[in-house]
Design a protein around this ligand. Structure first.
Ligand code: MRU
Length: 352
């Protein structure tokens, strides 16, 4: 694929269908998958055609709407009962990113609150899914601006290390961690992005690097195990990552490998920021030990491009996320500003 793409929107609602960029095929192929049924949306989330916490939330919201359109009844309580089943199906796709549960809860609440006919409820649900999407885009842009304000002032332009993909592809657009990076690039404060390749699914090498290349942002891919070395060699000024779920005390679940990055950053006195919308904060959880961690198939480790690369007979352990304790996090960059993890609890509000 030679041409570059200016605006990256992983989820698009058009002509009564959802178009998802197939993130399992990037960067080799830029394809869109058309989703017309809630079961297909659940499958797309599970198989990571769409991935990244906020993008999963947006996709699930449209999944709820598609599910609503499949319900053939004029009886309100039967409609709600069926919609609860759609919600259950979507909830079972991926356990860690709280945005999924947050978006489904918002859609359900919308259905409960709309007092009109079933057709009117369906229309209101579509509007709600669209507003969840539009809000996330605006939120990411605000995160980018707030992040810009707290990035370290250095004599030279910044070298920012990031992990996984917290970019446009992982959100409604613009990105969280990559949103901060985009804003720094726009303001000419960025020298280079260092993108961890992010084993085993390579979201850094495949997706973050692809997004940077689309905008001519200089990007260097390193393997995950090179990050501490790069810090020691004074190649990194600041680390910015995304989040899948932040507990009430600031402990943060993000892609596996984030925790070791935070330890390395602290050892080298490098600021370590988490960029995430408030929809990623789960105030129901007191600390990170309560965050459910998705465990994925060992084949993601054992195989590379469909070829086995490991000793036969070995076993695999494949947690998709880890939890970085709040004390290793310099700040949480949110749409409301940058918050020290310690003071997060002040923001505890009705989140759904
Ligand atoms: O397994 P993935 O690719 O869905 O994991 C994504 C991440 O860990 C991202 O860093 C996180 O969702 C933040 S996205 C803005």
């Amino acid at each position: 694929m030679n041409s570059t793409i200016n605006q990256i929107y992983p989820v698009i609602w058009q002509d009564d269908h959802v178009y998802l960029i197939d993130q399992t095929r990037l960067p080799e192929e830029y394809n869109q998958v058309i989703i017309s049924r809630s079961t297909d949306m659940a499958q797309a989330i599970k198989t990571m055609i769409v991935r990244g916490a906020p993008a999963i939330g947006v996709a699930a919201a449209y999944g709820m709407y598609l599910g609503a359109t499949e319900i053939q009844t004029s009886d309100r309580s039967q409609f709600i009962e069926h919609l609860e089943k759609v919600a259950d199906l979507l909830r079972q796709t991926r356990p860690t990113a709280v945005n999924l549960f947050w978006a489904i809860a918002r859609m359900l609440r919308t259905a409960y609150e709309e007092t009109g006919t079933i057709e009117e409820i369906k229309i209101t649900l579509l509007k709600k899914a669209q507003s969840i999407q539009a809000e996330d885009l605006a939120t990411c842009q605000a995160i980018g601006d707030h992040g810009l304000a707290i990035l370290p002032r250095t004599p030279e332009k910044l070298r920012i290390l990031t992990h996984c993909n917290a970019g446009s592809l992982a959100t409604a657009g613009y990105g969280t961690a990559l949103g901060v990076i985009r804003s720094a690039w726009r303001e000419q404060r960025l020298a280079r992005v260092y993108a961890d390749e992010t084993r085993p699914r390579l979201q850094g090498a495949r997706l973050t690097a692809w997004e940077c290349v689309q905008e001519n942002i200089p990007v260097t891919i390193i393997t995950d195990s090179m990050a501490a070395h790069c810090m020691q060699q004074k190649m990194i000024d600041v680390v910015v990552v995304g989040a899948d779920r932040i507990a009430g005390n600031g402990d943060t679940a993000n892609k596996i490998g984030t925790y070791s990055l935070a330890i390395a950053a602290q050892a080298h006195q490098i600021p370590f920021y988490v960029a995430a919308p408030f929809s990623t904060i789960d105030f129901n959880l007191a600390d990170g030990s309560q965050i459910p961690i998705e465990e994925r198939n060992g084949r993601e480790i054992s195989h590379f491009n469909h070829n086995s690369i490991c000793a036969e007979g070995a076993e695999f352990y494949n947690p998709a996320f880890d939890v970085t304790p709040a004390n290793l996090i310099t700040g949480l960059i949110t749409e409301k500003g940058t918050i020290e993890p310690d003071s997060l609890i002040k923001y505890k509000i009705g989140q759904y």
